[in-house]
Design a binder for this molecule. Structure first.
Ligand SMILES: Nc1nc2c(ncn2[C@@H]2O[C@H](COP(=O)(O)OP(=O)(O)O)[C@@H](O)[C@H]2O)c(=O)[nH]1
Ligand SMILES: [Mg+2]
Length: 313
């Protein structure tokens, strides 16, 4: 369990003292203004004030207690998920980025991020995540400041990802029957991960298959989450256009929309919070398509910042 970020006792004491004070004040007003015509408005006002003073500290405490949020990533194998989470965690731990203050949580996460970064620094890509293994990258994230500060304990589930056949409705191993899909259904935020390498190659058949697969998976997701037809899910859904460096981050969105317009429309129509983000975890490929000597990530933090702001709405 993470440490509580605020002790409740002094805040409760302050609330109690304030409530008693306002009660005495209200009594005094009532006695002093016994025959005055504004006795009732005065009493109402002091009662309202008491309620406000009593509520504010509780809101303050609630906002400072970490809210647990699970973020799931849905995408094909080798779409760039593990590199993305590694680089995201590294970016955030460097300092205050995108309005977020961040600390990795748990030794497994720290070790995994460290060993992944060392490998990338050696100019090697990461080994593919073993099938069926779900690795939770965990962190504490603080957003905002002062009274409006919120604290989240986030978990981003990294999974090997799906083979195309798992996205295929006619397959016995269809994605929605897998354990990982249960994790996606229960998650608070969903990242749909699109491998832009596929779209850049202009492989129309594979792109169309992938779009259909995502649409089917998304519809099952809505159904399992109990979102009625014509209603929108409150779960924030972001489409992450991975490897956008291959086409240029500025044109990735247009390219994706041209390649998968139905997926974009479906998400737009059925999600209360939906956004598309071009992402490049590395910035630019190094020699012979290896990771570059210096990572220059583009757009890795934005999806998380957006998602955390969206869950508040
Ligand atoms: N051009 C480019 N290629 C990437 C990027 N991130 C990952 N890759 C490539 O995608 C492969 C798979 O990445 P990985 O994160 O392991 O995929 P995962 O199976 O979804 O976890 C890597 O070995 C790289 O070849 C990126 O930001 N840009
Ligand atoms: Mg992986």
């Amino acid at each position: 369990m993470p440490k509580k970020t605020t002790s409740i006792t002094p805040i409760l004491l302050v609330t109690l003292v304030a409530m008693v004070g306002l009660f005495v004040l209200s009594l005094w007003f009532s006695v002093v203004s016994y025959r005055l015509p504004f006795l009732i408005p005065l009493t109402v006002l002091t009662t309202l004030l008491t309620a406000m003073v009593a509520t504010l500290p509780f809101l303050y405490v609630v906002r400072r207690h970490p809210t647990s949020l699970v973020i799931s990533m849905l995408g094909t194998q080798a779409a760039g998920k593990t590199v993305y989470v590694t680089v995201l965690f590294n970016q955030l731990s460097i300092g205050h980025v995108g309005g977020m203050t961040f600390s990795q949580y748990g030794s497994e996460t720290v070790e995994m991020v460290h060993s992944n970064l060392s490998r990338l620094a050696e100019g090697k890509w990461l080994p593919s995540t073993p099938p069926l293994l779900l690795f939770p990258f965990r962190a504490i994230v603080r957003m905002g400041s002062g009274f409006f500060k919120s604290v989240y304990r986030i978990e981003i589930g990294d999974f090997a990802g799906q083979h195309m056949h798992e996205f295929d409705a006619s397959s016995e191993h269809w994605l929605h029957k897998t354990k990982y899909f249960d994790y996606v259904i229960q998650s608070d935020i969903v990242f749909l991960v699109i491998d832009m390498a596929l779209i850049v190659k202009a492989d129309r058949i594979k792109t169309a298959q992938l779009q259909n697969a995502f649409k089917a998976a998304f519809q099952i997701l809505l159904e399992k989450k109990g979102v009625q037809e014509r209603k929108k899910t409150r779960t924030p859904v972001a489409i992450l256009l991975m490897k956008s460096d291959l086409c240029g981050t500025s044109s990735a969105k247009a390219l994706f929309t041209r390649a998968m317009p139905e997926l974009r429309d479906l998400c737009q129509n059925r999600c209360a919070h939906f956004a598309i983000f071009p992402v490049s975890s590395i910035g630019k490929l190094g020699k012979s398509n290896s990771p570059p000597q210096r990572l220059k990530p583009v757009g890795v933090v934005e999806p998380l910042a957006w998602a955390l702001r969206s869950v508040e709405l």
